[in-house]
Design a protein around this ligand. Sequence first.
Ligand code: SF4
Length: 470
Amino acid sequence: MQLFELAGLQPPAADDVTPFSDIKRFEERWHADPKFRSAYAQNPDCVGATFGLRVDPEVVRPIWDPEYSGRDESASLQVWVRYRDFQRRGSKHLLDACAAGQPADPRFVRWRQRQIYRANLEIGVSLTPNPHIPASFELSRGCSVGCWFCSLSPPKLDDVFQYTPEHARLWREILEVIGVLAGPAARRTICYSGTEPFDNPHYERFVADFVSAFGDVPFTSTAIPTRDVERTRRLLAISPAYRVRFSVLSVGALAKIHAAFSPEETLPVLFGLRNEGATDARYVNFAGRARDNVARYRKYQPGPPVISTPSCESGFKFNLTERTIRLVSPCAPDHRWPMGYRVYDEASFETGGDVARIVEDMMSRHMTRTASDLPVLRFPSHLRCESISTGFALIGRRLRQRFEDTSDMPSMARLGELIASGRHNASAIVTLLDRECGVTRETATATLEELFHLGVLEEDPREPDRLLSN
Ligand code: SF4
């Protein structure tokens, strides 16, 4: 249980390791397998034994017995109460890790905060917040798995970034650049995105450099944990608890995972159940390849499509094979950004020096931008502006935000109208507010900058000669 200590977590007591592992394994089967869910209550001992589950059905009764729903947890068996407490500590640990994504560079901090405000208005907020990590590094081109729902829609795997001496040097130089601008948040970056980590035969060597540079093991999500079981085991052995996730694509894949790894081995492993019939399947985002497979998507989600974001990077997305850098941030998937992330800029590089120069250039152009730099001020298309008696309100899919008059700025309603018209830049609005309403130029300028910081002014780059896309 050293992996829990490595993560800074209190490990379960020695006597609890096997009981907790057995409960977790039951939960994985329960949440993944609809046939198991419908059969279990009729004969728990027999069905459990058929699936190789060791847990006493009485322990997990709060999961499978509907009569237990809503009952006071303290009335359950003690091992269940201890397990739930253990789970809650794990969830808090993951939330704390999310909160540690703030980069060191103050320009980056301000830009990222603006992206968080914008994304929250666009897709809503949740109890499991998006980590908005500062960077990701794809170490292959394409993906060998080809999930039908993949939000990033990669092509078939056709190249990997080998760990040659030259590539290793470039990799370490890139890590150094990101380490400086991200500070401790660099530990939250990941060595995949629209790629499968294990597609790269040298993934672990890149991870070793990551550990040397940032002092921590990166999070890994793999959809092929059983392709080479010993390789997966080696990665698990060095990864702190909850730093590896198995993405489960079918009930058959879950059975293979359960056959290959003991319940105790997977106690520190997160499971992402993506198969049809899984209790979480209805949360699959309508992004990327899912938008091309509507009929199949409807089987997962018969109701309205899930318009959230599958993306977790507000920062630099690298592909080492293609040698590209993109400045990206999560958004709701739509026609403009079908993969659920915006691209603010992109560039190609050859050397570590190029990376340092490009990253600095993107930061100075995008992260120091002000409302006055925007060619025209308008609200993003996902927000509807509505006049209210004291100003204006912006209404998104899930959130509504009001901007009301203050003693300094008594003309919010007019300001809302001017921005909603989408015809003026900041300077023109400041002049109009001064002329029509007597608002001082300083107050109007400060108000516009505050609105920009709150992510309610569109900054999607629409350069006529260069339309960025996913
Ligand atoms: S979800 Fe992951 S494993 Fe599946 S196709 Fe996309 S990148 Fe590959």
